[in-house]
Design a protein around this ligand. Structure first.
Ligand SMILES: *[C@@H]1O[C@H](CO)[C@@H](O)[C@H](O)[C@H]1NC(C)=O
Ligand SMILES: *[C@@H]1O[C@H](CO)[C@@H](O)[C@H](O)[C@H]1NC(C)=O
Ligand SMILES: *[C@@H]1O[C@H](CO)[C@@H](O)[C@H](O)[C@H]1NC(C)=O
Ligand SMILES: *[C@@H]1O[C@H](CO)[C@@H](O)[C@H](O)[C@H]1NC(C)=O
Length: 829
């Protein structure tokens, strides 16, 4: 059965690996109930690690009625955990132990432990089927915890070993619990609507105490509260609600407790407002603050502006005016018979966090700041990607072929269903850093530009992920058709090769891909002696690599015969050298090798060629063609269209004909890539290189950006991305076509303007939602001055909502050759 769940921020974006595989979680923070031996101690329970004997294994066989074994992780601070991953013990083929099932327990304070249950109340999670695949499970509902325990469960006596990872982000709200009266049930036309808090994890006796639940699970309810976002649960599921008859004082009091004293900016309460069913936003809220031990005497009071016409569910923002508190008690006054809340979030002292890169949000002027009322604002407040996920929990297997097949199916099924998505962003919620761990290489906003490992340089065109709705790993599938077949080598399967003579007899573990390269079987690139490279200039850098402009001496000898003749004999050749730092992690190395493998197979006049590699020793390098005029973006921005203006300013010009020639070449290169079912993912003028006589070669294949792996969390070029890439993480040739439309637009604007330059990143993402909804509210890029109607029509077809309605690169190429470009001459001359 398909279960739909709507994911809001932070659940949508908050899926970073928390550091078992990346090493940010220290050994001493990983413990266990027992260990079978020193070499299977808790610290070996890291996902994707092969150290020790390859996993954590408890001392004794796990029995069906003996479920006391656990692997425990201390995250050192509260985290919002949305996803867990498990793997068995493979140990290079020696191990074959894994957990078929497991449970999760968590704790915020280390003393009270709570058993996780899914939305249907089930505790047991399906685990692994073999010792090597990684199985990821969404936690629905997500949990807020500092400590997490994985407890293997079996139905028969068996040896169990586990490697695990947690995914999520730091819990910036700092909310540790809310205490509230129990939600009630409403009788509506004879049937019941249950407005209880069904995922509350505290005590539920006469009231809810010491827990968190639906008000913090990241899921906002719909306008019609009787319809749930979560499938196969009861009506009213998303809301917690109360009736005025049960509250003679006229208000419901909710107390919020926090991890420490904080300086509060605001509180956002997502309220239903279905007046026709006697449900309405609260009339007034009065909040008391407690710092240290005493409650402040004078409370803060706020009344939202009435909505006379609008009955949409929405966030009401209450300005908390920088009160300092470790607990807040709010009395929400009824304005109708019912009051229904689905989410409450708090914004506090971001100064405590390193948010230097975060955009500063305008301060609310006063308590009388009205509620966020327009639809868009609700969307913004309601936060991001409402995407129906197949949740009966999708198993993702990182063994890529299997993985991709499964994902394809999942995505198709999802797209077949009627989707409604809304999205938006709330940046301040996601600016955080691992203050507790300075070495952390994961998620700090400050570090982010260097952290999201990109081998290519970061430019302003890339959107920081933490400010962006993101990607659900379930849908980070690459193509409807199989992509160029390439399996990512796994170090477990690394061949051990003795490279005598090259390295002085050291033994290196070299993954399978490298072997292909070395044996020269199907890839025709050769190892180039590093010493023949002369450094000229740094072209760019990322955390794990740099791109240098170099002169290569005697390159001709190393080049594939096919394109040897492009270069004059004897002269040093200018080349771009992309270099992976020697301290790059395993994933970065594997992706780098994968990119080499793919690039080595691409042979087209409009695609940058891989000339040679240096992979016998670190740092790994790939040597590609360099084009003398740099990238198309900076090339065009230094030029002007032909005409009076250019004559006056004496600037170099490019004729319309040549613009078209360049665009046609890009279409041709893309036609070639698409014929291989290869998805570029990052087509833009900045990734096209310009040679002599306006020749163009497409470069920067996005392979290095492994979209799933968390330490590769994507840095996304949202202004070039199709709606489905942004909302569903779906990258296909059709999304490349979309990006081509944007690239064409850039070209006709001489790259003088960024796409959607008048929109903020948040608005771009909102606009993406409009493309998805397709209610004619989406904003298209405007027709550039130079652009004839025929060519603009080509662009518009690239931005059609349905991927099937977009043209293929073949059609685009044909159109550019045939008419679009020529028409301009007829018109303009
Ligand atoms: C909430 O109400 C539903 C429907 O009656 C019930 O099945 C569920 O157990 C209740 N949950 C709690 C936590 O009371
Ligand atoms: C709370 O934060 C605001 C803005 O950062 C600051 O002006 C104010 O002094 C802070 N209040 C306290 C008590 O630190
Ligand atoms: C509850 O609200 C309804 C509708 O506004 C009102 O008629 C009724 O008097 C209220 N009851 C109490 C006890 O305040
Ligand atoms: C911010 O980060 C810097 C180093 O990156 C650290 O020294 C500083 O203490 C951090 N600030 C806070 C408030 O944690």
């Amino acid at each position: 059965m398909v279960v739909f769940v709507v994911v809001l921020l932070p659940a949508g974006v908050c899926r970073y690996p928390l550091g078992m595989s990346g090493g940010q979680i220290q050994d001493e923070d990983i413990s266990a109930s027992s260990q079978w031996s020193e070499s299977t101690a808790a610290r070996y329970g890291r996902l994707d690690f092969e150290e020790g004997d390859g996993a954590w294994c408890p001392e004794i066989t796990v029995e069906p009625d003996h479920l006391n074994e656990f692997l425990q992780i201390d995250l050192r601070s509260l985290h919002f955990i949305t996803l867990v991953g498990t793997q068995g013990r493979h140990a290079g083929g020696i191990g074959n132990e894994f957990a078929q099932m497991y449970k999760i327990k968590y704790s915020r304070d280390g003393s009270r432990w709570i058993s996780w249950r899914n939305r249907q109340g089930k505790q047991v999670i399906e685990g692994n089927r073999n010792a090597y695949d990684i199985v990821l499970k969404d936690l629905e509902p997500p949990i807020v915890a500092r400590f997490v325990r994985f407890m293997p469960v079996t139905d028969h006596s068996m040896n169990v070993c586990m490697r695990v990872e947690l995914y999520g982000c730091e819990w910036l709200d700092g909310l540790v619990s809310y205490n509230a009266p129990i939600g009630e049930h409403m009788t509506l036309a004879g049937s019941s609507v249950y407005l209880n808090d069904s995922v509350y994890d505290g005590a539920l006796v006469h009231s809810m105490t010491e827990g968190l639940g639906q008000l913090t699970d990241g899921v906002c309810g719909l306008d019609d509260f009787t319809v749930s976002r979560v499938y196969s649960v009861w009506p009213g599921y998303d809301y917690v609600g109360w009736n005025n008859e049960s509250f003679p004082n006229g208000y419901v009091e909710i107390m919020f407790e926090f991890d420490r004293t904080r300086n509060f900016t605001s509180m956002k309460v997502h309220c239903n407002n279905m007046v026709s069913k006697h449900v309405k936003v609260f009339r007034q809220v009065v909040c008391y603050f407690r710092s240290d031990l005493d409650w402040e005497v004078s409370p803060l009071s706020f009344s939202p502006v009435e909505h006379l016409t609008n009955s949409n569910a929405h966030f009401v923002t209450v300005n908390l005016a920088h009160h300092m508190a470790s607990a807040i008690k709010c009395q929400f006054y009824f304005s109708e018979a019912w009051m229904l809340f689905s989410e409450i979030t708090f914004q506090s002292d971001t100064a405590m966090y390193n948010t230097t890169l975060a955009p500063s949000k305008p301060k609310l002027p006063s308590n009388t700041q009205p509620v966020d009322d327009s639809n868009t604002r609700i969307l913004i407040g309601c936060l991001v990607a409402i995407i129906f996920i197949l949740v009966a929990i999708i198993v993702i297997i990182l063994w890529r072929q299997v993985w991709q097949k499964m994902l394809e199916k999942a995505t198709r099924r999802m797209l077949d269903d009627e989707l409604t998505a809304s999205l938006s962003i709330q940046s301040e919620t996601f600016t955080y850093s691992h203050n507790n761990n300075p070495q952390s290489s994961s998620v700090s906003e400050q570090e982010s530009s260097s952290t999201y490992e990109r081998i290519f340089p970061l430019g302003p065109d890339y959107q920081e992920p933490s400010r962006l709705i993101s990607k659900l790993p379930e849908f980070t599938q690459t193509s409807e058709e199989p992509v160029v077949q390439d399996s990512v080598p796994h170090y477990a399967e690394a061949d051990i090769v003795n490279l005598q003579g090259v390295t002085g007899g050291n033994t290196y573990a070299i993954p399978a891909v490298t072997m292909d390269l070395l044996s020269g079987k199907d890839v025709a690139v050769e190892e180039f002696p590093r010493k023949l490279l002369t450094f000229k200039e740094k072209l760019g850098e990322g955390q794990f690599g740099e791109v240098h402009l170099c002169e290569a001496e005697g390159m001709q000898e190393f080049m594939n015969k096919e394109f040897k003749f492009d270069y004059p004999e004897e002269e040093p050749v200018l080349v771009a050298v992309k270099m992976l730092r020697s301290d790059a992690n395993k994933n970065a190395r594997n992706d780098f090798l994968k990119e080499i493998k793919i690039m080595s197979r691409l042979k087209d006049p409009n695609i940058v060629r891989l000339l040679a590699v240096c992979i016998y020793s670190d740092p790994l390098c790939m040597i590609t063609e360099y084009m003398e005029n740099g990238d198309l973006n900076q090339f065009l921005s230094k030029h002007e269209p032909e005409g009076q203006l250019a004559l006056l300013s004496n600037a170099p010009t490019v004729s319309f004909e040549n613009l078209c020639y360049m665009a046609t070449q890009i279409a041709s290169g893309m036609k070639y890539l698409s014929s291989l079912n290869f998805v570029h993912r990052d087509l833009a003028t900045r990734n096209c290189l310009v040679g002599k006589n306006y020749t163009i070669k497409i470069a920067d294949f996005g392979m290095s950006r492994n979209l799933y792996s968390g330490d590769y969390y994507p840095v996304l070029p949202i202004r070039w991305m199709s709606w489905e890439s942004i909302l569903l993480g779906k990258f296909t040739t059709a999304s490349d076509v979309w990006a081509f439309g944007v690239t064409l637009w850039e070209i006709l604007n001489f790259c003088k303007e960024q796409p959607y330059s008048q929109l903020t990143d948040e608005q771009v993402i909102e606009n993406t939602g409009e493309f998805f909804r397709d209610q004619k509210r989406q904003i298209y890029l405007p027709q550039p001055v130079l652009c004839p109607d025929t060519l603009y029509r080509v662009m518009l077809t690239c931005w059609r909502r349905n991927t099937k309605d977009r043209p293929s690169f073949q059609e685009i190429h044909r159109a550019l050759l045939d008419k679009s470009c020529l028409t301009e001459e007829d018109n303009s001359v």
